[in-house]
Design a protein around this ligand. Sequence first.
Ligand SMILES: NC(=O)c1ccc[n+]([C@@H]2O[C@H](COP(=O)([O-])OP(=O)(O)OC[C@H]3O[C@@H](n4cnc5c(N)ncnc54)[C@H](O)[C@@H]3O)[C@@H](O)[C@H]2O)c1
Length: 267
Amino acid sequence: MTTEDEPLRLDGRVAIITGAARGIGDATARAFALCGATVALCDRLETETFHGYEDTVSHEDGTPRTLRRVLDVRDGEAVAGFVDEVAAACGRVDILVNNAGGTFAAPLLGTSESAEERLVAENFSQVTRLVRLVVPHMPHGGAIINVTSVEAHQAAPGFAIYAAMKAAVENLTKSLALELAESGIRVNAIAPDALSSAGERETREQFLVHEMPFDPVHMPPLGFFGSPDDAAWATVFLASDAARFITGTTLHVDGGTHAAGGWRRRN
Ligand SMILES: NC(=O)c1ccc[n+]([C@@H]2O[C@H](COP(=O)([O-])OP(=O)(O)OC[C@H]3O[C@@H](n4cnc5c(N)ncnc54)[C@H](O)[C@@H]3O)[C@@H](O)[C@H]2O)c1
């Protein structure tokens, strides 16, 4: 690989991105498409931007540049059908971005067992299911990027199950990096924080409504909030040949929150 190879390009690669209707997933889909990838997207929401991605057939060999399906990633049958459809249309998968996820604010003692099951399915089981379904379609190797959270690395009062599942995905990332190394599949994570998205704003608002006794960080050390594009370009890097020697690691896209630990900006 040389600089002339433009190692950040993703031409000819087929990428599945979950949770692509808004926020980080939407920004990632756009960044991947800009770098030349065919993107296969899913989300349970049908936002205006998601509608903008009508299926298009623009590659010379007729494979779709975009494939977009509305589904809940917790629905195993729907996800299996989606992966089969992508494999049938594109012949293989090169990149999987496990981005879909989310939570609501509630202390553990106020979280019922069924709510807990939904959070585990939303933030963990659907990730392992997608890996099982997609890896057989990566015969030439590939890259998996799991979107975790700064909360995978610290306490998260009000989000205990979500944070525990993100920590589980962080650990899963390392095990999979070793298990899939021989297949030429690299597995990494990005751990975002403070990226202004609808999901991030909703979560912060819930903290106020529920009058939680702890606050998440107000301002990252860098002194400004990031945008979903910051996570998108970190994901492009990890998916690309520029990261060919990187596996089993986490890139913190958080303006310095993880590094800060308990330190906080005064202003
Ligand atoms: N924005 C941040 O600062 C931040 C911080 C920590 C972690 N994250 C993680 O980044 C990822 C994206 O977050 P975001 O900020 O863009 O949030 P967001 O809520 O704006 O976007 C998430 C997208 O995923 C979709 N989604 C969620 N659950 C789904 C399901 N079960 N089935 C199908 N689609 C589903 C949603 O419909 C939405 O379109 C999430 O995994 C989140 O936990 C983000």
